[in-house]
Design a protein around this ligand. Structure first.
Ligand code: GLV
Ligand code: MN
Ligand code: MN
Length: 419
């Protein structure tokens, strides 16, 4: 019988497939915060962590945290790793999940060989990063980082259920009480740092023919919900010049986002949700709502674009006799990775004869929130299929997963605290 040449890599891929069977939809992977599929994914991750030799706890927001305890007498501080297990609608199997499954596989291998680390390693399966259910992202990491915004408890999902109600019904410890969410924060003084493994979600490594990369910084992002209001009237009788069409105005606003963000490299803007509430084919739209996501590697560039776009939206609305309400969801600022941690990943890559290629992240990650309380670094794994992500086509190879796992083992075994 031939041995699998990529045992760790293959096990990661098999587990990503097993986890993807829990979905809120038929025929694809959607795993929104605190749905039955999400709770099943959470339970399976906890089981895998225990089987790998970790002590597992679930916190007040639903994070699954496994600890691979250090030898007695070793550094009592914690190196944290992890990523999220919620997904976007009809998303990929590796976004977030790779950063949980890979460290679990690595700990399982270390444990099987009787190797302990000279510090506590904790793997966090973050319960919410994507913002799908409550239209606000980083819920889980904001709790762990002690940055939870109490106002979010009143936020509703599409069915009108508040975050507080969803947490109270969940059976999670603390039942959604603010005090419990606050108490779930980690003490930054206990942390050695936070490192996150993530699929790249873009084509850079693929085009460079490189399996792995070291992230330099994570681009800041701002999300908005916009509501445009005009006037409903008859589609057959209202002359074109007399209309206050909320959807036509919105179309112009979307093109403004596109043209303003196209003007600057590394600035990106997206309208990913667009709705004509209660629209009819023979009625001029009275209202239109849309989401807006604007990102850049530099906060100043992003803020300048936002100021122009918001002013432009108001001008378009005024010219067309519409009203515009632009609600900003808390921005997440640009997060630089720590050079001392990046260097330790690069040293492992070079030792294995691999390029220590550095690249910025355009996508958001749990590491951004963790960077508020500790130093962070990220290891990117090549994304197949042209680099497509937030899409069921998102993929990695067993070979790359194996290599990433081996690099991560080396990183953990040679890890030196700062200073
Ligand atoms: C998370 O995936 C994000 O970058 O939106
Ligand atoms: Mn994502
Ligand atoms: Mn992700």
């Amino acid at each position: 019988m031939t041995q699998n040449p990529h045992p760790l890599g293959q096990s990661i891929i098999d587990r990503a497939e097993a986890l993807a069977r829990f979905s809120d939809m038929e025929g694809g992977l959607t795993c929104a915060f605190l749905t039955p599929a999400h709770r099943s994914a959470q339970a399976l991750l906890a089981q895998w962590m225990e089987e790998a030799g970790m002590q597992v706890r679930i916190d007040a927001i639903g994070n699954v945290i496994g600890r691979y305890a250090a030898d007695a007498g070793a550094d009592a501080r914690v190196l944290m790793t992890g990523s999220h297990f919620d997904t976007v609608r009809n998303g990929g199997r590796y976004d977030g999940r790779l950063g949980i499954l890979l460290p679990i596989a690595v700990v399982g291998a270390l444990n099987a060989s009787g190797i302990r680390l000279p510090y506590h390693l904790e793997i966090v399966g973050f319960a919410e990063e994507e913002g799908l259910r409550f239209k606000t992202s980083f819920l889980a990491s904001s709790v762990l980082a002690g940055r939870f915004d109490a106002a979010l408890l009143a936020r509703t999902d599409a069915d009108g259920v508040t975050l507080a109600e969803a947490l109270a019904a969940s059976g999670l410890p603390g039942h959604g009480e603010l005090a419990a969410l606050q108490a779930a924060a980690v003490d930054p003084a206990t942390l050695l740092g936070f490192v996150e493994v993530h699929i790249e979600q873009g084509p850079v490594l693929l085009n460079k023919d490189l399996p792995l990369g070291v992230v330099t910084q994570i681009a800041g992002s701002s999300r908005f919900q916009v509501r445009i209001e005009g006037q409903a009237s008859h589609a057959g009788t209202t002359p074109m010049g007399m209309r206050r069409d909320a959807a036509a105005g919105t179309a112009e606003m979307i093109l403004l986002v596109e043209s303003r963000c196209s003007a600057v490299p590394a600035l990106v803007g997206t309208v990913g949700q667009l709705l004509v509430p209660d629209g009819s084919s023979n009625v001029i739209p009275a209202a239109c709502t849309f989401s807006m996501d604007i990102r850049a590697g530099e906060d100043d560039i992003r803020e300048a674009a936002i100021a122009d776009i918001v002013a432009g939206i108001q001008q378009i609305a005024a010219r067309r006799g519409l009203s515009a309400q632009v609600d900003r969801i808390k921005p997440v600022f640009n997060a630089p990775c720590a050079r001392w941690l990046m260097d330790q990943f690069s040293a492992v890559l070079r030792k294995r004869g691999l390029a220590a290629f550095e690249l910025p992240s355009g996508a958001g990650h749990d590491a951004m929130m963790m960077q508020r309380i500790t130093d962070v670094a990220m290891l990117f794994v090549r994304c197949g299929n042209g680099g497509i992500s937030h899409n069921p086509l998102e993929t990695i190879t067993a070979e790359d997963a194996q290599l990433a796992a081996e690099v991560f083992v080396d990183f953990l075994r040679h890890f030196q605290p700062e200073g």
